[in-house]
Design a protein around this ligand. Structure first.
Ligand code: ADP
Ligand code: ZN
Length: 221
């Protein structure tokens, strides 16, 4: 089963994807995480991707699309995957359809998370991530802080703020790209009849873990 997360930055895509992955036993495939791992390891791909990421721009398709295809061809992704951060443009969505067709697969469900803009910016500024690349658990200093400030509950590694989360210009750029390039995907998948929209916000008192719980119960049936 191929599940895709859609939604702006800070809506909780990573949180929901991580929980669904655990519950359903299929990997979370996050292009942002793969890039960050490559940056931490100083690979050629990482060095190239970081030129764009640090500014909040999209990494070119020549790098991103083959990287995603390789990941989906891995053994552990044969039963399915939770896509988190890909596709981000209509061109990427079409490339994905092509590659899945070759594999005899298709996108089964698109989970579209929506959150009011003021909450989004606040969450991006208060987001902290575990620096251990094999853990990379996400925390939030206001909404769900770690037990010991600055230390990961799960693995004890230090937490840090992502470079692109600490730069207001990069935040602004990413949200602008989302509106312009990624949000048209909502219509793209709605037209295919596989879109499910969920509000994640304090306003409705429903956060990522609530959505993940409901979805995994439904999908396991
Ligand atoms: P966010 O959703 O908060 O921007 P991600 O971890 O999904 O965080 O992505 C971080 C950065 O990685 C993006 O700003 C972009 O530079 C790059 N990136 C991730 N996924 C893609 C993609 N599908 N296409 C192009 N660039 C991507
Ligand atoms: Zn950790």
């Amino acid at each position: 089963m191929i599940i895709m997360m859609l939604g702006a930055q800070g809506t909780g895509k990573g949180t929901v994807a991580g929980m669904l992955s655990q519950e359903l036993g299929i990997p979370q495939v996050s292009t942002g995480d793969i890039f960050r791992k490559n940056i931490a390891e100083q690979t050629e791909l990482g060095i190239e991707a970081n030129k764009y990421m640090s500014k909040g721009e999209l990494v070119p398709d020549e790098i991103t699309v083959p990287m995603l295809e390789d990941r989906l061809n891995c053994e552990d992704a044969q039963k399915g995957a939770i896509l988190d951060g890909f596709p981000r443009t209509t061109v990427q969505a079409e490339k994905l359809d092509e590659m899945l067709e070759k594999m005899g697969k298709k996108v089964d469900l698109v989970v579209n998370l929506i959150t009011p803009k003021d909450e989004i910016i606040d969450r991006m500024l208060t987001r902290r991530v575990c620096t251990n690349q094999d853990c990379k658990t996400t925390y939030n200093t206001k909404l769900h802080p770690s037990k010991v400030p600055g230390i990961c509950d799960k693995c004890g590694a230090p937490l840090k703020q992502r470079e692109d989360d600490s730069d207001p210009e990069a935040i602004r750029k990413r949200l602008e790209i989302y509106e312009e390039k990624t949000s048209p995907l909502v219509e793209y998948y709605k037209a295919k009849g596989i879109l499910q929209t969920e509000e994640v916000s304090l306003r409705v008192n429903r956060m990522g873990p609530d959505v993940a719980k409901d979805l995994s119960e439904k999908l396991k049936k």
